[in-house]
Ligand binder design. Structure first.
Ligand code: CU
Length: 561
């Protein structure tokens, strides 16, 4: 091992969370980091120690979640309010300290109410000491795509979504799309002197999934979430909420024949983010939301096609060709249009490290969204909606010490204080099942034995596609209803991600190794569905948590009043 590979640095950063009006004409205040939207880049090498001082200058509490970080041994740094910590009060601060692990493209975002949808996002890049595919590109760019709403999620959109005034459960439809905080046709990405550019795409939207392409250029995918893959070439791909995709382009492969000869050479092309309009609950061409405000100068109707501009060289130049011209030249090269959102046919770069253990336990979760008796939309996993405002009926389970969401005693503290008192049954072996089944307390808390290898079958009874994210781990995606053959085809090396897009009215099967004692959420990453309770918490290895010496820090304890 080289000297460099053993060195571990400390990366320190201060993030000040405050209110910002990001656009001159905007009347909506967002929750911003260091007066920027998105927040500043945090960069480290794998296994470095990241220390982030978070100063809360908001008039409301906050927390920050480090999406994609394992937090092994630091479950209290995961940043999930009421689950791993009490919220950082207004005008207080907290220092997060955790290991930069695993490497890859991650991001950070608020995990307190709807601050994620209200702007609290930023990129977190963990570099590998030896980066696979590094010889294939010269430079890199980060593109963070998100939904823009003219109204504040926390005070307006979410209360409306979860009200009896919205009996159909229509999710708030974004008013625009932004990439790196810029509206369509105003973000220029220059190639400078480089011919081979890596793009790290982070979908930090509250709701939308996108199809991404660049006119005239094949995309060579090299990383999915935080798993490096063997270069896998497509003309376009989809990315669901919270997923990350890295690809590189080589300008020498540029094919400009999609524009007439007299318009060449081409100085710039469009990078397209096409929102999947089918996922919106209404016809976006004519829909005016009942809560809509009229004094905001942004488009009344969402244009699902976002255009960024890739300028060849250092000058900013708008493409001169019509937006309607599609890159027919690419389809003539017979590149596949990637239909499987999870891209399971991309292969892990290091198959050795992806050797998949056999499952020891299983869990089937049925996803549903429907109104409750008060006509309020709820998300359900196995008929249980999660959250302190839910009232699930525990059907004669006889449990008396159920874990409860509490503002003063986060789940993690409950678990660490008295691990033996957690009233969740151990896994049960049913006659018709070869593997023991993970059990819950009837309120969305599932007890997972330490080192269990759990197969989760997510069965989607809803007609929308849902991006499910697991905290504290990644999982192997074994197969989905879009690609059931993957289970047999790739049994030696399934793809590891931390978000799986569960197909509409379909299913996804994932497997994870519970090697990280703590409380870890599994939830739909669409902000509205999380608000509706489409969440559960895995209670992993309570006794191992105590054995590894877990203590609530005084700083965190002081927030719990
Ligand atoms: Cu969802």
């Amino acid at each position: 091992m080289s000297a460099m590979a053993t060195q571990q640095a400390i990366v320190s950063k201060t993030l000040t969370v405050g209110t910002l009006f990001p656009y001159i004409a905007s009347t909506k205040p967002i929750v911003a980091v260091n007066y920027d939207f998105p927040g500043p880049l945090i960069e480290a090498y794998e296994n470095d120690t990241i220390i982030v001082r978070v100063i809360n200058n908001l008039a409301q509490p906050t927390t920050i979640h480090w999406h994609g970080m394992f937090q092994i041994g630091t479950p209290n740094m995961d940043g999930v309010v009421d689950v791993t910590q009490c919220a950082i009060p207004s005008f207080s601060e907290m220092t997060y300290k955790f290991k930069a692990q695993p490497a890859g493209t991650a991001f950070y975002h608020g995990h307190y109410l709807d601050q994620y949808a209200d702007g609290l996002i930023g990129p977190l890049i963990i570099r590998r000491k030896v980066e696979p595919n590094r010889q294939l590109y010269d430079t890199e760019r980060i593109l963070m795509v998100s939904d823009w709403y003219n109204d504040v999620a926390r005070t307006k959109l979410s209360p409306w979504y979860l009200s009896a005034n919205n009996p159909d459960g229509n999710e708030p439809v974004p008013d625009a799309i932004v990439v790196n905080g810029k509206f369509s046709k105003s973000l220029f990405v220059t190639t400078s002197n480089a011919t081979r550019i890596r793009f790290r795409i982070i979908n930090a939207a509250a709701f939308s999934m996108f199809t991404v392409s660049i006119d005239g250029l094949p995309l060579h995918i090299i990383e999915l979430d935080q798993t490096a893959v063997v270069p896998y070439t497509v003309s376009s791909f989809s990315i669901n909420v919270a997923q990350r995709v890295s690809f590189y382009v080589n300008l020498k492969e540029f094919n400009g024949t999609f524009v007439p000869r007299h318009m060449r050479p081409i100085k710039s092309v469009y990078i397209r983010f096409k929102a999947d309009a089918e996922m919106y609950p209404v016809d976006i061409k004519s829909y005016i939301a009942p809560y809509a405000t009229w004094h905001v100068p942004y488009p009344i109707f969402l244009n699902p096609l976002y255009l960024a501009i890739l300028s060849f060289g250092s000058q900013h130049s708008l493409p001169k060709y019509s937006v309607d011209r599609t890159s027919s030249s690419l389809s003539s090269q017979a590149l596949p249009t990637q239909k499987d959102t999870n891209m399971l046919s991309a292969r892990p770069f290091s198959q050795v490290n992806n050797r998949v253990p056999n499952a020891t336990h299983r869990l089937e979760l049925v996803i549903a969204i429907f109104p409750d008796s008060l006509n309020i939309t709820r998300g359900y996993l196995n008929n249980v909606t999660y959250g302190s405002n839910s009232n699930n009926i525990i059907n004669g389970s006889g449990l008396t010490h159920s874990m409860v969401l509490s503002k003063t005693t986060p789940l993690l503290y409950q678990m660490a204080t008295n691990p033996r008192a957690i009233a969740i049954p151990s896994p049960v072996r049913k006659n018709n099942s070869s593997l023991p089944i993970i059990q819950s307390d009837g309120n969305g808390h599932y007890l997972v034995p330490y080192q269990a290898v759990v197969d989760i079958l997510l069965v989607n009874q809803d007609d929308g596609e849902h991006p499910f994210h697991l905290h504290g781990h990644n999982f192997w995606i074994i197969a989905t209803s879009d690609y059931p053959q993957a289970e047999q085809l790739y049994s030696t090396a399934y793809l590891q991600r931390d978000v799986v897009s569960v197909p509409a009215s379909g299913w996804a099967k994932v497997r994870f190794l519970a090697n990280n004692p703590g409380v870890w959420l599994l939830h739909c990453h669409i902000e509205w569905h999380m608000d509706a309770g489409l969440t559960l918490a895995f209670i992993v290895g309570p006794e191992q948590l105590v054995a590894q010496g877990y203590n609530v820090t005084a700083n965190q304890q002081s927030f719990c009043k």
